[in-house]
Design a protein around this ligand. Sequence first.
Ligand SMILES: Cc1ncc(COP(=O)(O)O)c(C=O)c1O
Length: 460
Amino acid sequence: MLAAARNVQAWAFQHHETLETQPIGLTAEPSFPQMQSLRGPPEEAPTPFDEIFQEFRSNVEPWAYRTNHPRFLAFVPGAPSVPSMIGDWLTAAANFFAGVWLEGSGPAQVESTVLDWFRTWLGMPEGTSGVLTAGGSEANLIALVVAREQISFADRDRAIIYVAEQRHWSIDRAAKVMGIRRDRVRVVPVDDQFRLRGDVLQACIEPDRKAGFLPWAVVANAGATNTGTVDALDEIADVCNRESLWLHIDGAYGWAAVLTEDGKRELSGIERADSVTLDPHKWLAQTFDVGCVLVRNGKLLPETFATRPDYLQDVTPREDEINYADYGIALTRRFRALKIWLSVRMLGLDWFRQLVQHSCDLAQYAQAKLEQTEHFEILCPRRLSILCFRHMSPKSADVEAENIRLLEKLRETGRVFLSSTRLNGVFAIRMCFVNWRTTAADVDEIVELLAKLAENTREH
Ligand SMILES: Cc1ncc(COP(=O)(O)O)c(C=O)c1O
């Protein structure tokens, strides 16, 4: 077993050291022999590790994208620091139960400490509590369940939730899981910079009250996935105050920006939320998976989720003891806080501040490079560390088709992976910087490739 573990460790470091030179990713067809050989029932007899590892190397490893590759800028990349990986190994090795204080007081204390770091960074008051989750989707769901718990059963059918046009779809899925009717989810239009504004929100509320509905909650973005846009959080918080609405802020991607002065200014108002989603596995360089939700009135979490069946009577916490299983959906929980605690301390908080600044600087640099390159149009200027653009020459006959082809050609090089989105219906190419490995030279390479391929695409 020790030899097997050493092999995995050697693979991990070799994998990281050669990341730059590996193809960013390949997608297999289900009919490929490698995929077929992965199917089938397990053998009754044991198989030696070396044999299985060999299969991993030939049939699995090539067919997965390197989301931590310095030029993987699609979606929201996963780019963990090495200390986070080491912390994750420790979590798996110990397999401590992070659900109840009785069984895991050390893990619970570490989780409380990490949550308190996050609370302080965001500027939320004492009394705020939270819980680490599998990701932002689970965190959004937990927040909305807590929010709904604040209204009576009788009122629930007429309760309206207001969501920004640029919300993440996990909000819609949370509403679905909660059994909220689609027509009780009001999509509020955003301004020409893709921001949800207070006055537009306010204007949506009046008619609902008049029609006998119960305006109940608002979901705003602190870093929309599409564009990186931060909604007008202070204005929205004012409306929520005035109208007694629950304010949930989805900062899954953008939250870590509070670590820099500029980011703190941009996210001003986040500290006024009733609940916030923040994903360490996005911009805090953590391995998958770890998300987080913070709730301003922390007591509401156990009030919403704690249940004490007979077989768990032994784990009733005393005052000041926390059962994190009472704060969310999962009972059996990994010790996710360990990798955060370990990596933030090993690298020092300043490393994370620099990561945020570096990511924003790279996005700004990419924008400047594209602006200087003929025939590229910025569709949404850099917000936090996201940038949206497209290629558009005077000769373009079908701009969308040409951009789709350009993106495909870029991916085919194996050197860069970018994804696309739509902004007001317009096809846009998107870059998201969260990776500590990405450099200005990577941006140069990407823009040069884009320009070259665009020229070829135009000619054919
Ligand atoms: C703004 C936002 N909210 C929520 C999510 C969902 O988070 P997860 O993928 O961790 O479930 C994402 C994921 O990209 C996101 O960008």
